[in-house]
Design a protein around this ligand. Structure first.
Ligand code: 13P
Ligand code: SF4
Length: 304
C-alpha cells in the first residue's frame, strides 16, 4: 500500500477502534508524525493513565506498553511489533532484586521504568530519567537501591552526597557506548555548541555536559535556550523532532552510527496499520503483577 493510503487507513481504523496512538521520541519520523501524543517515558505513562480511548497503540519498546497496561488495565494495549526488547530492562531479573532486598532490607527500591513488570512489582517506586532525582529526594533513608541503570543511579548520586545509592550492573548499550573522547572531538568541531546528555550516558560523558535531561527535557531545552547549536548525547531518533521543532537551530551528534536502538526502529506505518486492523499484539500481564506494579508506578505519577 502507498504511504498516503496507509495513513488514510490508519486514521480511519483509529476512529473505528476508538484508539489513541502514543509514540516515544525515538520512533521513526512517520510514526512520530501520525501519533496523537508523543513524549518521553514519563509523559507517555501519564498520558496512558489519563486517556479515555478504548485502545492504546504504543509505538515504543515492551516496557512502555507494559507500563501503559499497568496504569490502564481495563484498556486494550497494543504493541505493533511483538519483539521490541529494551536491552537494559532485561539486565535485571526479579531474583537479582530479591537478593539485593535481602542484603539491604532497610533500603527502599527505586526502579527505572525501563524494567519488566515483574521487577516493578517488587519495587517501592518507579522513576524515569525525567524525575529520578526528585523521586530519590522523597526518601528519608540514607541507603537507596536503584536499578537497573548504573549510569542513571550514578547521575542521581551526584545530587545526594549524604546518601548511598546501591546500583547493579545494568546499562543501555546505545548510551553507554558514547565516550568522552567522541564528545570532546564533537565539541572541538562545533565550539559554539551546547552539549546536552541523557542520564543513561556514562559519568565521563555527563562530566562534559552543559545540561543533562530526559528526551522531552532535551526538546524543551532546545526550544527554550537562546543558543543556536547543540550537541545531542542520546539515541539518534531524537534528532528528528529536534530539527522539526527548531528549524532555525543546528543539532549535531557525536556518535550517530552507534547510538541507534534497533527496537525503536521496528515500527513503520504498515505495522501500525496491521496492529489497528488485527488488534495485535496485545499486552497481557498477570493480574497480581499489574496490581503490585501499579503501586510503584502510581506512587511515581503522584509526585510528578
Ligand atoms: P526518556 O524517558 O528520556 O525518553 O528515555 C527513555 C529511554 O529508553 C532512553 O533510552
Ligand atoms: Fe532501552 Fe536503550 Fe533502547 Fe532506551 S535506547 S529503549 S534504554 S535499549
Amino acid at each position: 500500500m502507498e504511504k498516503e493510503k496507509l495513513i488514510e487507513k490508519i486514521l480511519e481504523l483509529k476512529k473505528k477502534r476508538k484508539a489513541i496512538i502514543l509514540a516515544h521520541n525515538y520512533q521513526p519520523p512517520e510514526i512520530q508524525d501520525i501519533a496523537d501524543l508523543k513524549g518521553d517515558s514519563l509523559e507517555l505513562s501519564l498520558k496512558a493513565s489519563q486517556t479515555d480511548a478504548e485502545v492504546i497503540v504504543f509505538c515504543g519498546v515492551f516496557f512502555m506498553g507494559e507500563t501503559a497496561k499497568i496504569v490502564s488495565p481495563q484498556k486494550k494495549v497494543l504493541l505493533p511489533v511483538l519483539e521490541v526488547p529494551c536491552e537494559m530492562a532485561n539486565m535485571i531479573l526479579p531474583e537479582d532484586l530479591l537478593e539485593l532486598k535481602e542484603k539491604y532490607p532497610e533500603a527502599p527500591v527505586v526502579t527505572y521504568v525501563n524494567s519488566t513488570a515483574e521487577v516493578k512489582a517488587l519495587s517501592d517506586i518507579c522513576c524515569t530519567s525525567a524525575n529520578a532525582v526528585k523521586v530519590v529526594g522523597t526518601f528519608k533513608e540514607k541507603r537507596i537501591i536503584m536499578l537497573p541503570d548504573m549510569n542513571l543511579a550514578q547521575y542521581t548520586q551526584r545530587f545526594y552526597p549524604d546518601k548511598e545509592i546501591i546500583f547493579g550492573d545494568g546499562f543501555c548499550p546505545f548510551h553507554h557506548i558514547l565516550t568522552a573522547k567522541e564528545v570532546l572531538e564533537c565539541k572541538k568541531k562545533y565550539p559554539s555548541a551546547v552539549f546536552i546528555a541523557h542520564p543513561e550516558c556514562k559519568p565521563e560523558v555527563i562530566d562534559l555536559a552543559d545540561y543533562t535531561a530526559s528526551t522531552s527535557g532535551m526538546l524543551r531545552l532546545a526550544k527554550e535556550l537562546p543558543y543556536k547549536e547543540f550537541i545531542i548525547g542520546t539515541e539518534v531518533g531524537l534528532l528528528y523532532p529536534l530539527a522539526k521543532e527548531n528549524p532555525e537551530k543546528k543539532f549535531y551528534h557525536p556518535a550517530p552510527d552507534k547510538m541507534v536502538c534497533p527496537s525503536m526502529k521496528k515500527i513503520g506505518l504498515k505495522e501500525l496499520y496491521e496492529s489497528l486492523e488485527e488488534l495485535k499484539y496485545e499486552v497481557v500481564l498477570p493480574e497480581e503483577i499489574i496490581k503490585k506494579a501499579y503501586r510503584a508506578v502510581k506512587r511515581m505519577l503522584e509526585i510528578v
